[in-house]
Ligand binder design. Structure first.
Ligand code: PHE
Length: 456
């Protein structure tokens, strides 16, 4: 629940504050845990050969993701505005330039682009709730499950309908404000999702192919690791943690002063990584058990999990609940993707929250049509990274998010004075020193190195 008091006389946010530390952690976890963990992580890991990719991804999460997340939260809390206004204000306050607002704008744009395809995939999960409940996967063979998926995404009308439905649901929540309902949903959703993932894991362990899945995920074959897969791992770390686009900055703007940023960040990063690992461990054994291809692409989760549920006792029920939870997880992430743009429109174009949400949501819906058609009518139209969907995904995850992350660490590590950052991060002890080392050197140099090596 939000109040309008910062509590200690410091700057207050226009949009209110989180009721408690837990509420903030839940909201950020809700943003972080989503399709990125369960849909994207397994298929990207599969396409990049497994083991070595997973290891690089984990390293990126710890040495780049953690410091970027902490930087974003501290910048957000200090500015207490939408990401663009916050960057402009702090740029001035810290004696640099108001043009830092362009960094905020980059984030807002990334959020809009990501949501345009995110909503399409989230639409698939909505459809899979209905499919699961209807029992089509009950005892189905791998081929039948695959055909079901192919038939579904092949119909642009169905995919467009589901995309529209999901966008409408997102606009509905965003229009009403970042509020208690969201907190309550996440409080129940994340643990429930964890329980279902553990059930799937149990099934995978008994599939007879668990060892093979485990080996695929954790035995690094360095010969498969190219700079492009390192970039994919870096991009995935940004995407899954929701960093580099202002979502976390926007949430940080509502964070009470007394909350510890390092602790909150560690909790979110831990939960997010655990869910992604569980998803991989549940899915890869099933891929091998059924002779599927780990490099199958965006359909991987939709081709494997319904198959497993279809063979379990009570599978119709669990499958329905699973896709319901996944849709919920996507929903709470979508809200975070839209929030920066909506906050900006409210503050700058003087519109009500409802008007701003409808305007932003409508624009994103139109953009999303490109991704809807990427799986059917326009699936043969490929350029640069592939289909329209592939290109938006590549541009945002692999270029825009890391670039914004680089600039965020430069801003927090080099532009902001020591006193400001130490003040936000709770003093200049060991945690602060480690953060500063990572934010000033390790993260920016690491990101530059990867970007440089992939363009040359
Ligand atoms: N982290 C979300 C996921 O894993 C996606 C997301 C990215 C949400 C960026 C908000 C901002 O699904």
């Amino acid at each position: 629940m939000l109040s309008n008091q910062a509590g200690d006389g410091k700057r207050a946010s226009l949009h209110g504050h989180w009721s408690s530390r837990m509420a903030f952690i839940l909201a950020v976890t809700g943003s972080a845990v989503g399709l990125g963990n369960i849909w994207k992580f397994p298929y990207i890991a599969g396409q990049n050969g497994g083991g070595a990719f997973v290891l690089v991804y984990l390293i990126c999460v710890v040495v780049i993701g953690m410091p970027v997340m902490m930087s974003e939260i501290l910048i957000g809390r200090r500015g207490r505005r939408n990401p663009i206004a916050t960057m402009e204000l702090l740029g001035r306050e810290e004696g640099s330039s108001p043009h830092w607002r362009l960094l905020g704008a980059l984030g807002v744009l990334a959020g809009v682009l990501i949501l345009s395809y995110y909503s399409v995939i989230a639409g698939w999960t909505l459809a899979y709730i209905v499919k699961s409940a209807s029992g089509v996967f009950d005892g189905a063979s791998a081929a039948a499950v695959g055909d079901e998926f192919g038939g579904f995404v092949g119909s642009w009308q169905l995919v467009l309908f589901c995309h529209s439905l999901f966008m409408a649901l997102t606009v509905f929540v965003v229009a009403r404000g970042v509020e208690g309902g969201l907190e309550r949903a996440v409080r129940f959703m994340v643990p429930a999702l964890l329980i279902l993932m553990l059930m799937l894991l149990g099934y995978s362990i008994n599939s007879g192919f668990f060892g093979q899945g485990l080996a695929f995920m954790f035995t690094p074959d360095w010969s498969k690791l190219t700079w492009l897969s390192v970039l994919a791992a870096l991009g995935q770390a940004f995407f899954t943690l929701s960093i580099g686009m202002g979502a976390i900055m926007a949430y940080g703007a509502y964070l009470p002063e007394e909350t510890s940023i390092p602790n909150a960040s560690a909790a979110v990063v831990g939960a997010d990584t655990a869910i992604a690992m569980l998803a991989g461990l549940a899915i890869f054994p099933l891929v091998f058990a059924n002779g599927l291809d780990p490099a199958d692409g965006p359909g991987l989760v939709f081709d494997t999990l319904p198959l497993a549920f279809g063979q379990m006792a009570g599978g119709v029920f669990f499958s329905t609940v699973f896709f319901l939870l996944l849709s919920f997880a996507a929903w709470t992430s979508a809200i975070g993707l839209m929030e920066p743009a909506v906050a900006w429109v409210v503050e700058h174009l003087n519109q009500s929250r409802a008007q701003a949400s409808i305007f932003v949501g409508g624009s994103i819906w139109i953009l999303g049509v490109g991704s809807v058609l990427s799986f059917n009518l326009l699936s043969d139209v490929t350029f640069l990274a592939g289909t329209i969907f592939d290109n938006i995904d590549y541009l945002t995850s692999n270029i825009m998010l890391p670039l914004a992350g680089l600039l965020i660490t430069v801003f927090a590590g080099w532009v902001m004075c020591r006193n400001s950052t130490a003040d936000e991060l709770g003093g200049s002890g060991l945690v602060y020193k480690v953060w500063r080392l990572l934010a000033r050197y390790v993260a920016p140099v690491g990101i530059l190195l990867v970007l440089y090596n992939t363009v040359t």
